[in-house]
Design a protein around this ligand. Structure first.
Ligand code: NAP
Length: 272
């Protein structure tokens, strides 16, 4: 018997990285999955992986910033599998760049995709799950716990997710909704977002600035693998499934008294 047999989960950004791993792990433990993303090719691959392992999954294009789409996603999920009781607000982007050169347009896009989406998803889940109960898991970051050079907007967005999660958890509990809300804070995880962010930084900055930004980490260049190895006491980046196993615990009834908390999965990165 799986740890979340019979439950129904919506996972955003499930066409890649951590979202895909969440789809695989939650399906492995018995949940039916509604996987959404703007990357429909990625969703096709996620569905293939879950299907081939014997899981239940359906996919749907969803831009998490589109307010109207959220009601449709919940309605389609219920029609396909029954009422959802798990939401993983995972979709996100990382627009890196030096603060002095950062555009307001990029700032607003960073906030929209990483913060507005979590508000919209949580609100939709509260409307759909209230009284029945459920678990909302918001994927933040260690960047939501501490600052990082070249990542001011990203840190701000993930810090907002952290505190939004706490406020929503208190409100859900005090209203007697039966809904728990938690945030997950990965360190450096080996997925495309991390590589893309480094590439963008490298393209946007001159060599002197890169050297100044990377000096603290012991890495002498913007090399994604090298920075991951230097940043984590474990000497490596995390794997998406190592985040997904924590998400599984928070989705399951094993975490029934845990809400409003920040859960770090970072190979001891923030412990030193
Ligand atoms: P990823 O592999 O790039 O996956 C993110 C997915 O979200 C991609 O498929 C992306 O599509 C999609 N997406 C982007 N904008 C979207 C939108 N508006 N609507 C719907 N989907 C959208 O990155 P990941 O590492 O798995 O990231 C998952 C979450 O973990 C993010 O919230 C990220 O901030 C967080 N996180 C990651 C790390 C890390 O080191 N990897 C660390 C801490 C936290 P496109 O590829 O087309 O953009």
């Amino acid at each position: 018997m799986g740890q979340i047999d019979g439950k129904v989960a919506i996972i955003t950004g499930a066409g890649s990285g951590i979202g895909r791993a969440c789809a695989q792990v939650l399906a492995r433990e018995g949940a039916a999955i509604m996987a959404t993303d703007i990357d429909t090719d990625g969703l096709t691959e996620t569905a293939r992986l879950v299907d081939s392992a014997g899981g239940r999954i359906t996919t749907r294009h969803q831009d998490v910033v589109d307010e109207a789409a959220w009601d449709t996603v919940f309605a389609e999920t219920e029609a396909a599998f029954g009422a959802p009781s798990i939401l993983v607000n995972n979709a996100g982007i990382a627009i890196a760049g030096a603060l002095a050169d950062y555009s307001l347009e990029d700032w607003r896009l960073q906030m929209a995709v990483n913060v507005d989406s979590v508000f919209l998803g949580t609100r939709a889940a509260m409307r759909a799950m209230s009284g029945r109960g459920g678990s909302i898991i918001n994927i933040s970051s260690v960047a939501g716990l501490r600052g990082a050079a070249g990542a001011s907007a990203y840190c701000t967005s993930k810090g907002a997710v952290r505190l939004f999660t706490k406020a929503a958890a208190v409100e859900c509990a005090q209203l007697g909704t039966g809904i728990r809300v938690n945030s997950v804070h990965p360190g450096i995880i080996d997925t495309p977002i991390w590589q893309k962010s480094i590439t963008r930084m490298t393209e946007a900055m001159d060599a002197d600035r890169i050297a100044a930004l990377t000096a603290h980490s012991g890495a002498n260049q913007m090399d994604a693998d090298m920075i991951a190895a230097q940043s984590s006491p474990m000497g490596r980046a995390g794997r998406p499934e190592e985040v997904a196993e924590l998400v599984l615990f928070l989705a399951s009834d094993a975490s029934s008294y845990i809400s409003g908390q920040e859960h770090v999965v970072d190979g001891a990165m923030t412990a030193r």
